[in-house]
Design a protein around this ligand. Structure first.
Ligand SMILES: NC(=O)c1ccc[n+]([C@@H]2O[C@H](COP(=O)([O-])OP(=O)(O)OC[C@H]3O[C@@H](n4cnc5c(N)ncnc54)[C@H](OP(=O)(O)O)[C@@H]3O)[C@@H](O)[C@H]2O)c1
Length: 248
């Protein structure tokens, strides 16, 4: 019960890694608030979190987080843990990237995440904790991953600088960077067949030294660790949770 009576806001908490973390925060006693775009999966997730509450908010739209922040203010006053996890994938070789594609990815994965944190900060309690989902893609040279990698690398810089700027408030800021993880992000591209999804999963598992993809729960556990007081002397790290991809 590391989060007993703590107020936890998970942005992108209704699918994959965010859903697993939201449920785990709830199991450990937190008052969990989640956001996402899909009302359906928000409701399904909240149903698995006793006392959990869900709000539709597009992280790319700066004003859309107003409702969840107001609800937290009213119910609890402040936020103890902010998990900024929303993200979208995008693949295209550099010569084919269009400005619109670039903007779409960066609007969510970098600009949106930054301004969502900026907006939540006045409500963060001193001594709280922020965890941001990065990606090993931010430092791995994966062909076709240039838009996503650049956004996540920018987010890494955001995390590092926030970790310093928030020292006076004793708010720790850390990043968890997953390697290939079996979540719905892989199946989201329109028109992708079941065979293509399986091919993609096999390819992703193949680059992991452990020869398998991670699970959402295996990423969520380190998120909860970094968010908890157990990690009280850890600040500004980017923890690779990748089955050894970058280390071995
Ligand atoms: N899976 C991997 O292999 C992997 C590897 C490295 C990093 N990551 C990162 O891990 C994070 C979670 O991804 P996942 O793998 O768990 O994929 P996922 O199942 O697709 O989850 C993505 C989450 O982000 C939310 N989201 C996306 N765009 C949003 C927007 N504009 N506004 C608000 N919420 C938005 C989604 O909500 P909706 O469903 O409502 O859109 C969902 O909750 C992402 O940041 C991703 O980049 C994943």
């Amino acid at each position: 019960m590391r989060f007993k009576d703590k107020v936890v806001l998970v942005m992108g908490g209704n699918s994959g890694i965010g859903r697993a973390a939201s449920i785990d925060f709830g199991k450990e006693g937190a008052h969990v608030f989640i956001t996402g775009r899909s009302r359906k999966t928000i409701d399904e997730t909240v149903a698995d979190i006793p006392g959990g509450r869900g709000f539709v908010a597009d992280i790319g739209d700066i004003q859309s987080g107003n409702d969840v922040l107001a609800a937290i203010r009213e119910a609890h006053g402040g936020i103890d843990v902010l998990f900024v996890n929303a993200g979208i994938g995008a693949f295209a070789p550099a010569p084919e990237v269009t400005p619109d594609q670039w903007d779409e990815v960066h609007n969510v994965n970098l600009r949106g995440c930054f301004f969502a944190i900026q907006k939540a900060l006045p409500q963060m309690r001193d001594g709280g904790s922020i965890v941001i989902t990065g990606s090993i893609g931010s430092i791995a040279a994966v062909p076709g991953n240039i838009m996503y990698a650049a956004a996540k690398a920018g987010l890494r810089a955001v995390a590092r600088i926030l970790a310093v700027e928030l020292l006076p408030r004793r708010i720790r800021v850390n990043m968890v960077s997953p390697g290939p993880t079996d979540t719905p992000i892989i199946t989201r591209t329109d028109g992708v067949t079941a065979d293509q999804v399986q091919g993609m999963k096999d390819m992703m598992a193949g680059v992991v030294p452990m020869k398998r993809m991670g699970t959402s729960e295996e990423i969520a556990r380190p998120v909860l660790f970094l968010a908890s007081d157990e990690a009280s002397f850890i600040n500004g790290v980017d923890l690779y949770v990748d089955g050894g991809c970058l280390e071995l």
